[in-house]
Design a protein around this ligand. Structure first.
Ligand code: MN
Length: 239
């Protein structure tokens, strides 16, 4: 440190005092201001990028469907959530924390939008342009143990997806030492049921109506045969 700055000794002390007073003032300024000292960023939740191009799932799911589904529906849930948590303590929390906190406190509007943000990100990753086929390794063994084989699993998953009345989701989840197929209505998610989601298919009409109209079963069968992302499920199982 150049000696010229702080000689004589008195000047150095004054300089340090000025620094301390300055930082104390800043801290109090934060406390008495309209925002807390560690203010939450505006719009803390963002739309994650799609893991592939909008036309990458064609012909099973069209670019037009993805454009609306990701660009309007998913983005809409993100925008709604940001508005709903603005100025609340939830704005500082992770998405999963917001889902769990709003579920346990019956803040339905926040839960619906937060869960839909998470569910859709999980759905995009549950699909892969080079997906379909069968799982292997530990995941295949657990499917065998839990459902009696891959074909019985597929039948049960397709049945859950097509029989969900109205809007919702079909899921493959880990529940304790077994796998299970579950369906949830609207925004509901197995995350708040103590289950670990491995895969999902969105069965809201907006997911398939432009491409399949009322033929939900055809959409579900095509996704299972050609898009479902077994690598993602295996990663989730191992995590
Ligand atoms: Mn959707």
């Amino acid at each position: 440190m150049p000696s010229t700055l702080f000689t004589p000794h008195q000047n150095r002390r004054q300089f340090l005092n000025t620094l301390l007073v300055g930082s104390t003032a800043l801290a109090f300024g934060g406390l008495i201001g309209s925002r807390p000292a560690r203010a939450a960023a505006a719009n803390p939740f963002t739309l994650p990028p799609l893991p592939y191009a909008e036309n990458a799932l064609e012909p099973v799911i069209s670019a037009r469907t993805l454009n609306f589904h990701y660009g309007k529906h998913h983005q809409g849930y993100v925008n709604n959530l940001n508005k709903l948590v603005e100025g609340t303590s939830l704005a500082d929390q992770s998405l999963v924390e917001v889902i769990k906190a709003s579920a346990s406190s019956n803040q339905t509007l926040i839960f619906n939008n937060a869960a839909q943000v998470w569910n859709h990100s999980f759905y995009w990753n549950s699909l892969n342009p080079k997906g379909g086929g069968k799982p292997s390794g530990a995941l295949a063994e657990m499917i065998e143990k839990s459902f009696g084989g891959f074909e019985p699993f597929k039948t049960e998953f397709a049945k859950a997806a097509t029989s969900q009345f109205g809007s919702g989701w079909a899921w493959l989840v880990q529940d304790g030492d077994k796998l299970a197929v579950v369906k949830t209505g609207n925004a509901d998610t197995p995350l708040v049921q103590g289950q670990k989601p491995l895969l999902t298919i969105d069965v809201w009409e907006h997911a398939y109506y432009l491409d399949y109209q009322n033929r939900r079963a055809d959409y579900v069968a095509a996704v299972l045969d050609r898009l479902i992302n077994w690598d993602f499920a295996a990663q989730n199982l191992a995590s």
